[in-house]
Design a binder for this molecule. Structure first.
Ligand SMILES: [Zn+2]
Length: 603
């Protein structure tokens, strides 16, 4: 009934704590009466999303995403409205009737059914485990205790799909929902079967701990794929699902570190051994989406893969997406015959200290690259060293920070016994940076950070400053547009511009290190929160420079005119000098507007 739905909606919206709900997916920092976080809906590393607890809404400055708690869950989890409402209501302690229907929002009923199908299957798998002694024995043999099995809700898929069909009928969930969820398959003649029949089941949960898919391991002694996963469904996409993330999120958030493994069993073993910040990719290489999900919580990532060649290849493939997010990468080294699970087993019951030692000795990027090359440093020829440095530079180009790239390359050169390279030689500007890299997104797009509050009208001048710092060689050619420090209304911009231009005039090149040394303590944090972009099309950068400079100039002219108008105050006594200035400015603004098109300003 529509009225009862309206009632529920109202109650949920009133009771929902948006900071708690958004905070479950994205770490939030308090900024006055609001909260800031990195927006999950566009590729970013800066806190551009604003959460307002009083109004119960979120809004992203950069991509425009916004809405209430239900909308956030809907967009993040990619679920229908009813499902998002249920999740938010659950958090707020409000019960939603099972059969709630939304009439015009009915398209989401299908997703809701798939969600229910997954839940029904999970229940059956967990129940069935108790009846499969073979599987219980197998789990014991693998060293998993009851507590761990319960924690991960590991189950067993019965050979027959009868139980699922019975339970589905009882709960009025059509079998099509199970087919859609990838639980049931349909054979010729319409007979349905459980795709996971006979398998050990690892349910996969989303961040709100709702089951969205499964990984099934083949029973020992049977032929077939070792693991099968839920096929892509409205709820499940392997490129954006990390197994165990729901359990590990808090620990990752607290430590700022995450461990990535490749298998369900690796992850479960690590958990049991006491490593609670691990996640696993499910039958796919690590993707950019995975890296984005992780970097919201983690600054450092351990790639804990098998010790063999395949494991090393997997590390190599994972570097690009992680480096592109600016995450620090470490590689714990296992003997060639080991994987994380076997390592835990071998060292039990003292697996945790053994793991801690292994992690403490994990390779940084240069060490990994040298080992990956397969030769000892001493046996490398100068040419080989050169190739190694070049290929490292190629890998590192995905990292948005010049400092990080430099530090890694210098450390690699040092390990190879080479002289340090001149600074900033590591990546010629404007070349080879993938356009999708976070900083190439919109060079100079200015997003106020948590430590930086900026008046909306001052945003173009901050953008201009960012462009100057990011592309000094291009920006300084517009010095004519830059050296009017009076244009800037924000003192901090004025001061940073002044110092930067001074440095540029003196040295002809801009080193951020030198700049940092010159900038007063009070502005260090401001400088650090600016996004230094790289790469991008020089033509586009020039266009943006022109655009921002014009905006800054026109705003300055308008403000000056207003100020003078107030000074004159309509008085006839106004001295000629002021009149002259006023009309001078007015003419400039007119000429400016004629160039640029009307601004709708009328002095
Ligand atoms: Zn956004």
């Amino acid at each position: 009934m529509a009225s009862s739905l309206q009632d529920i909606l109202l109650r949920v919206k009133e009771a929902a704590d948006i900071v708690q709900i958004v905070g479950q997916y994205v770490p939030l920092k308090r900024a006055g009466s609001k909260y800031l976080g990195v927006c999950p809906f566009h590729n970013d590393r800066h806190p551009s999303m604003n959460v307002n607890p009083r109004m119960g809404i979120y809004k992203c400055f950069a991509c425009g995403a916004g809405g209430d708690a239900i909308k956030f869950v809907q967009e993040f989890e990619r679920v229908g409205f009813v499902e998002a409402l249920r999740l938010v209501a659950g958090k707020a302690g409000i019960a939603i009737p099972e059969n709630l229907s939304l009439g015009d929002k009915g398209d989401s009923d299908k997703t809701a059914m798939v969600v229910q199908a997954n839940q029904i299957a999970l229940q059956i798998y967990v129940e069935s485990l108790e009846k499969s002694q073979v599987t219980l024995d197998y789990l014991q043999e693998r060293g998993l205790n009851r507590e761990t099995v319960k924690h991960f809700q590991i189950g067993y898929a019965p050979e027959s799909s009868d139980l699922i069909l019975q339970r589905a009928a009882a709960k009025k969930v059509p079998k099509e929902a199970f087919i859609e969820a990838g639980i049931l398959g349909e054979a010729a003649g319409g007979r349905v079967f459980d795709r996971f029949a006979g398998r050990l089941m690892f349910p996969i949960f989303n961040l709100s701990s709702r089951v969205i898919g499964f990984g099934g391991r083949i029973p020992p002694g049977r032929d077939g794929a070792k693991y099968i996963n839920t096929p892509e469904s409205p709820l499940y996409s392997k490129s954006r699902v990390l197994y165990g993330f729901n359990f590990a999120r808090q620990s990752i958030d607290q430590s700022g570190e995450a461990v990535i493994v490749e298998g369900y069993m690796d992850l479960v073993s690590l958990w049991q051994a006491g490593v609670h910040n691990a996640v696993a990719v499910c039958g796919t290489a690590l993707t950019r989406e995975h890296a984005q999900m992780l970097m919201r919580f983690a600054k450092k990532v351990y790639l804990f893969f098998d010790g063999d060649t395949a494991g090393r290849q997997a590390v190599r493939r994972s570097l690009e997406p992680l480096l592109a997010q600016g995450v620090e990468v470490r590689v714990p080294v296992l003997p060639a015959s080991e994987d994380p699970d076997s390592f835990v087993k071998k060292n039990s019951p003292d697996a945790l200290p053994a793991l801690q030692t292994l992690f403490a000795a994990a390779e940084d990027l240069p060490s990994f690259l040298i080992r990956d090359h397969g030769k000892s440093v001493d046996s490398l020829s100068p040419e080989e060293k050169d190739v190694l440095v070049k290929s490292a530079a190629e890998v590192l180009q995905h990292n948005p920070s010049v400092e990080v790239r430099d530090a890694h390359l210098q450390s690699l050169r040092k390990s190879l016994g080479l002289r340090p390279a001149p600074i900033n030689r590591t990546q010629p500007r404007g070349t080879n940076i993938p356009t999708a890299a976070p900083t190439a997104r919109v060079p100079g797009l200015f997003v106020p950070g948590a430590s930086l509050t900026v008046r909306a009208e001052a945003v173009p001048e901050w953008q201009l400053l960012q462009l100057l710092l990011s592309y000094p060689d291009i920006a300084v050619s517009r010095a004519d547009a830059m050296d009017h420090l009076a244009w800037f209304m924000d003192e901090r911009v004025r001061e940073l511009f002044d110092i930067t231009l001074g440095l540029l005039a003196e040295k002809k090149t801009l080193s951020l290190r030198e700049l940092r040394e010159l900038v007063p303590e009070s502005l260090q944090e401001v400088l650090a929160s600016l996004e230094i972009a790289e790469g991008g099309d020089p033509e586009r950068i020039r266009r943006q420079l022109k655009e921002y400079a014009e905006e800054v100039e026109s705003r300055y002219l308008q403000l000056e005119l207003q100020r003078l108008k107030q000074t004159m105050g309509g008085s006839i006594e106004t001295d000629n000098k002021t009149k002259e200035i006023y009309f001078g400015l007015y003419k400039r603004l007119q000429a400016f507007n004629a160039r640029k098109g009307p601004l709708g300003f009328n002095p």
